[in-house]
Design a protein around this ligand. Structure first.
Ligand code: AMP
Ligand code: MN
Ligand code: MN
Length: 324
């Protein structure tokens, strides 16, 4: 089934089932965790039983979110689950193998996402690539179905949308996004406090990482591609966590004249994680990512590909040069 389900269909699924497993992608970001808590706490307020699973668990930078302790690594044995819901996850494999095993007894799979590359792997799909964040889709579903919106959901949805829009700055931000934010403030969201927890409480090691990355910064001869890279040895020496590099790419994306920014990261398993940002709709980084089995959005996309680092860099930079 590849057509989008109606919101009413989702409402029927929420109403007619009791046990839900909400999951999001590996290396979860604010939109992944925020969407899980945003929808899950609303379902709990309706009397439902909700599991919140992520293969990598809860990142330290999101521990401030109310009820975030509910986010757990999936159990080894698959419990009884009526409905599995994948959130903010562009492909089913990005849920991770432990999630897939834990949710294997679910009779229905729902896929709620905003990645244009999403192949609609659910039994029921709700994919809106015009939405800047899965959190905004969750908000619209909750509002349309007149579901409860507890304080925990309110804060989680704000974090989801703020982090995926670069603090309400990216091109994907719409007037609906600002109306969502206004409504959450009307509902009592402490905006200064929550922004300080997201953006003013980085660990020192993140700034040390920035120093290391800056030493690897390179700009293409025409000034249109900026890239930097990180060796796995840096992760070890600085004691980095996966979330420590999140958003740093915006620093080189912001260089005047740069059209595409790229971050190459050597992973512990020897694979290379590539993170790309475009500033210009004429260069679609999702299409470039798709060439290497990755995906994402037109202006922000990622890849996990074979190493070594230098070989991956060469291939991806060549594909970008061709695309530009
Ligand atoms: P990142 O650069 O990791 O912040 O990712 C940018 C966007 O691309 C996010 O929306 C990700 O969910 C998506 N993305 C990242 N890596 C992949 C991948 N390997 N496959 C599909 N989508 C990805
Ligand atoms: Mn995400
Ligand atoms: Mn997202």
């Amino acid at each position: 089934m590849s057509e989008n389900a109606s919101i009413e269909t989702l409402g029927g699924i929420f109403r007619d089932n009791q046990i839900f497993a909400l999951m999001s992608h590996v290396r979860p970001d604010g939109d992944a965790i925020g969407s899980q808590l945003g929808l899950g706490l609303a379902l709990e307020a309706m009397g439902k039983t909700v599991h919140y699973w992520n293969d990598d668990g809860l990142p330290e930078n999101l521990e401030f979110l109310p009820h975030s302790e509910k986010i757990a690594r999936p159990p080894h044995e698959a419990p009884v689950v009526d409905v599995a819901i994948a959130l903010d996850t562009a492909t089913k494999v990005r849920l991770g193998e432990n999630n897939l095993r834990a949710a294997s007894r679910a009779s229905l799979w729902v896929n709620i996402d905003h990645h244009i590359s999403n192949p609609r792997y659910g039994d029921v799909n709700y994919v809106d690539a015009t939405s800047p964040a899965t959190g905004q889709i969750i908000y619209e579903i909750i509002k349309s179905l007149d579901m409860p919106l507890p304080e925990g959901s309110r804060d989680a949805i704000y974090v989801a949308v703020s982090t995926d829009t670069g603090s309400f700055q990216y091109d994907s931000t719409t007037s609906r996004t600002y109306r969502l934010a206004a409504d959450l403030l009307d509902r009592g969201l402490a905006v200064g406090d929550i922004n300080a927890k997201i953006y003013d409480s980085y660990p020192y090691r993140r700034i040390e990482l920035m120093r290391t990355l800056l030493n690897t910064l390179q700009l293409s001869a025409d000034g249109r591609v900026a890239h930097w890279d990180m060796l796995d040895a840096t992760r070890i020496s600085l004691g980095l966590k996966p979330e420590d590099s999140e958003g740093l790419i915006d620093l080189i994306r912001a260089i005047r004249g740069v059209q595409v920014a790229v971050f190459f990261e050597e992973l512990p398993d020897g694979k290379i994680r590539v993170s790309m940002r475009s500033k210009d709709r004429s260069t679609n980084v999702c299409e470039i990512a798709t060439l290497f089995g990755g995906g994402g959005h037109a202006l922000a996309a990622g890849i996990r590909m074979a190493g070594p680092l230098e070989a991956a860099k060469e291939k991806v930079l060549a594909a970008i040069a061709t695309a530009i």
